[in-house]
Design a protein around this ligand. Sequence first.
Ligand code: PEP
Ligand code: MN
Length: 376
Amino acid sequence: MPKSSESPYRLVARDARPEGTRVRLGRVEVGGPEFVVAAGPCAVETRDQMLAAARGVAAGGARMLRGGAFKPRTSPYSFQGLGEEGLELLAEAGRSVGLPTVTEVIAPEDVELVARYADVLQVGARNTQNFALLKALGRIGKPVLLKRGMSTTIDELLQAAEYVLASGNPDVILCERGIRTFETATRNTLDLNAVPVLKGRTHLPVLVDPSHGTGIRELIAPLSKAAAAAGADGLIIEVHPSPEDALSDGAQSLTPEMFADLMRDLVGHLALEGRSVAGPGSGTSVSMGAYRDRIDEIDERIVALLEERARMALRVGRIKRAAGHEIHAPEREADVLGRVCLAADGPLGGEAVERLFRAIIAETRAAESRETATAA
Ligand code: PEP
Ligand code: MN
C-alpha cells in the first residue's frame, strides 16, 4: 500500500486528518460520536406524501430527511422525479419538522439549483465517477453525500471523493450502498467490509444505505444493526408513508412504524458500543435545536431590516430638513401604525405589533435627534 503522501487520494487519506472529519449540518454532526440516521422516501411524489414522510421519520429519530427530486432511473419510462417542484416540497417538509435535507443531483448544470434548496447534495451510485459532477460539487459550500457505485472499488470511491476535496469542498460523506455481485437473492450485496476499510483509509464519515444495499424491506433492520457494528457513522434509509403506493423502490421502503421500531432497536445496540443515536421521541429536541437555529437567522434578518428602515427614515428626515419642513409627522406615523396593525395576522396580533412599531418609531426619532445634534 503506498504511503498517503504518494497515494492517489492525498486529501482524503486518514493521515491527512487523523482526528476524522465531522460534517456539520445545523446541530447535526456526521462523523462525530452520534450515529446519524437520514430517512425519507426514495422519491418526492406529492406534498402530502412528503409532509407525512417527514413527520414519520422525525418522530422516529431521523436527523436528516431524504427525498429524490431528480431520479436516475434505469428505464427512461420510469418516474423521473418532480425536478424543482420536488426540491421545493422536500425543503418545505424539512422545514416543517426542523430537519436538514439530502437529495440527489444528477447533472453538473443542476448543482446550483439543487444547492439552493437542499442542505446536502447526493451523488448517486450511477454517478460516482462523473468527474464533471464531482468537480462542480467541489465548488459549492454545501456537504456532499457520495455514494459508492455498484461496481466501484473502494479505491475508486476514495479517488472520486478526492475530486471533490481537490476542487475545494472538504465536506464529503461517503456511503456504501451495495455492489453488484453474482448473487441475485438480493438487489445488491451490501459490502460491509467497506466500512472498516474506509474508516481505516480515510478521515471522511461513512454512512450505509441498507435500502439499496438489499432491496428488501425485511433485511433493512438486520443490516442496519450490522452496519452500526461495523463502525459506520450512520445510515440512510428509505421510508414511505405508504410503501405499496410508492412510485419507486416501494419493496425496500419501511413504513414509519417499522422505522421507529428499528430506531428503538438501534438505541440499544449502539449503547452496547458506548454510542448514541436519536430514537423515537427524541425528535422534539432535534427539532427544537433546528428551530432555534432558524430563530437566530430570523433575528439577524430583523436587525438588518430595522437598520435599513432607520437609514431610510433618516434620509427622509434629511430631505425634509433641507426643504425646511417639520420632521415629526404624526399623521404619517398613524398611517404606518395602521398598516402594520392590519398586516399582523399571526400569533402576535395587531396590538402587539403596534406596540413594537411605536418603539421602532421612537428609536428612529432618537437616531434622528442624534444625527441632527452632530450635524449642528
Ligand atoms: C437513491 O438514494 O434514491 C438512489 C438512487 O440510490 P443509489 O444511487 O445508491 O442507487
Ligand atoms: Mn431509491
